[in-house]
Design a protein. Structure first.
Length: 206
């Protein structure tokens, strides 16, 4: 006979008490004064009472086997004939070690599908490697782009500097030309003044 499942009253009505939520479906003793489960009325859910217990030999067994809690590989050595392992709350790394050992030694576990778990972990690791690789590639591309831009900016700056120097040189040349012209004009004016001031020169001209 299958083990009787006991649930609290109101489980069929409220989500917080376990409606369509298997993990929330637990037993609580009905305590209300007019509660029909407490009064064992017909048509209501069954409450816990004497007579539902299993035979002494079958109590505490999992699939008819004696359960052994497993937290590490050393605990797996305790599992013998007529026993089954139940993995406790451990991390993924230890769980993978245990799964690989179990697969090799062909030990029975109740709460772990070994093949499926190993496959999932391998896929996850491959996915992580791919994401890491793509992230590194993106970073390299970004760095290269920044480097190229920096080189381009430096080149542009150099060209601008060169153009500025050329302009300065051409400006200086123009200034020198203007100064030379002004000097020549001043010299010509001085010569004209000298010729006007000398009378003998005038007569000769006449």
């Amino acid at each position: 006979m299958a083990r009787k499942e006991f649930v609290r009253s109101g489980v069929h009505r409220y989500s917080k008490l376990g409606l369509r939520r298997k993990k929330k479906q637990i037993y609580r003793k009905a305590k209300g004064r007019d509660n029909k489960v407490r009064l064992s009325k017909r048509g209501r859910i069954t409450k816990v009472k004497i007579g539902f217990k299993k035979e002494k030999a079958k109590r505490g067994l999992v699939r008819g086997l004696k359960p052994v809690l497993v937290y590490n590989i050393e605990d797996l050595k305790k599992i013998g004939e007529g026993m089954i392992g139940i993995i406790g709350r451990i991390g993924k790394k230890k769980r993978l070690e245990i799964a690989e050992h179990v697969k090799e030694k062909k030990i029975k576990l109740d709460n772990l599908d070994v093949e499926k778990f190993i496959k999932e972990v391998k896929e996850e690791r491959e996915k992580m490697k791919e994401t890491k690789k793509s992230r590194l590639d993106k970073k390299k591309k970004k760095d290269k782009k920044a480097e190229d831009k920096a080189k381009e900016d430096a080149k542009k700056e150099k060209e601008d500097k060169k153009k500025g120097e050329d302009k300065e040189k051409s400006g200086e040349k123009l200034e020198d030309k203007i100064e030379d012209k002004d000097k020549k004009d001043d010299e010509n004016k001085d010569q004209d003044k000298e010729t006007v001031s000398k009378p003998g020169v005038k007569e000769e001209k006449k």
